[in-house]
Design a protein around this ligand. Sequence first.
Ligand code: ZN
Length: 151
Amino acid sequence: MTTTRDLIQQLAGLARRKHYTCEDSWYSCPQSECGSANDNAGAECDCGADEHNAKVDAICAYLAQPEPEGPTDEEIMDLMPQLMHEDLASAARAMAAQAGTDNRNVAGMMRIILNHHAVDLARAVLARCGRPAVEPPINPAHNTAQDSGQL
Ligand SMILES: [Zn+2]
């Protein structure tokens, strides 16, 4: 299974630049495989590849961060508007009365069930919001017309 982390690494591989190499090695970056023939060029990268690749690495590190943890049930309930709290309490009392009892424990249990439904709904909405609109390809490096059955 291709994970987001795998895709980030593939993207990083595509984004990283090699150090500049010229047929006349006088102009090659000192950090290139062949080095520079210019003794005054020093040993540091002078083609911009190190700076570019550092930005690629920083972006990949940012993208690879773990997803933030979702809210707790208590945090979801704290976000519930006061009017909804009151309406759920009224609904629970009405459900208990409909069941033929004015027992406060029955109304309390109805209220707990309604609260669980509200929390479940909030979790379903949060889960849907975290899902990407476009599913990543299974393996972009080998995603050819043959793989997709277009041949
Ligand atoms: Zn360089």
